[in-house]
Ligand binder design. Structure first.
Ligand SMILES: [Zn+2]
Ligand SMILES: [Zn+2]
Length: 289
């Protein structure tokens, strides 16, 4: 993985206190030639927690610009923000685009805005459990269509409160995938979600169901959706521990595609092909993680 995507900084108040330069040095030690910072975006009047203050934004950009020029012969530094799409903030997103020297905005939909202007994190627990994926999914689709965002971070995380996968979730996932492909917005395979999936039992931050739909879409569509691996690092330690999962996922994706091709071939040439062996190998690989 030669580009480290999705890095936070101390300013978001829930990351390590390392200086920005430490992330760049770590990226270099990992052999990267690019790094994209996407710290949690502030909002006007600092209405939400867990992110930098609006007054810190110029300093964030300045600090990274200095490092970009210091390290320009070794690594490309991109400056971005991860931000929830909230329809009432449309003017603010334009302001972010126009007034600050940012390379990109990334949608990171951690909650959504109701039509009455209230935010879903204040919803009653049971209501949110049932409605979060459709509310967040709808917001993501709206955001993708504005043309203001380049990437959608952890698109499958909107399903984190859903235990069983349902046809409604398939419908929402397909809609997101199709809209992203049409608008040339990249979808992020979030390695933090994947790490949780691998290391913790019953983590629902990562949804294989979603990524299978992406694979299926890309096998059958003329305009595939582009996918990027993101470390979502809140410390340089996390950057190091998570990049290995990109190789795992690339392998599994290749296996999935081979599997699909084998299935097709099997229907034409039923002898000599071992679909079960391929599936067993995928299982064995997963278990070995
Ligand atoms: Zn964070
Ligand atoms: Zn993030």
């Amino acid at each position: 993985m030669n580009h480290i995507f999705h890095v936070h900084t101390w300013r978001c108040k829930h990351a390590s206190d390392e200086v920005d330069e430490q992330y760049i040095k770590t990226a270099l030690s990992l052999g990267a030639n690019g790094i994209t910072f996407t710290d949690h975006s502030p909002f006007p009047e600092d209405i939400f927690n867990n992110r930098m203050e609006l007054s810190q934004l110029p300093e964030y950009v300045e600090s990274l610009k200095k490092l970009r020029s210091k390290y320009k012969s070794q690594i490309a530094v991109q400056i971005g923000l991860e931000v929830e799409f909230l329809p009432s903030m449309l003017d603010f997103y334009h302001q972010l685009k126009n007034d600050y020297d940012l390379d990109l905005l990334v949608i990171g939909q951690h909650f959504y805005e109701h039509t009455d202007g209230k935010f879903s994190f204040a919803d009653e627990k049971e209501f949110n459990k049932l409605n979060e994926f459709s509310g967040c999914g709808t917001a993501m689709i709206q955001g993708i269509k504005t043309g203001l965002f380049s990437v959608v971070a952890h698109p499958d995380r909107i399903f984190r409160r859903c235990k069983e996968w349902t046809p409604e979730m398939t419908g929402m996932a397909e809609n997101i995938i199709k809209t992203a492909a049409e608008n040339k917005v990249i979808m992020e395979c979030n390695l933090s979600s994947y790490e949780k999936y691998v290391t913790k039992t019953r983590s629902t931050y990562w949804r294989n169901e979603f990524w299978q739909l992406v694979e299926d879409f890309n096998l059958s569509s003329e305009v595939p959706v582009e996918v990027i691996y993101g470390v979502d690092a809140h410390s340089s330690e996390e950057m190091i521990s998570r990049i290995k999962y990109a190789d795992t996922l690339q392998y599994l994706s290749a296996m999935h595609n081979i599997n699909a091709l084998r299935k097709e071939a099997l229907s034409k040439f039923p002898d000599g092909l071992t679909l079960d062996e391929i599936n067993a190998e995928i299982d064995a690989y997963r278990k070995g993680l």
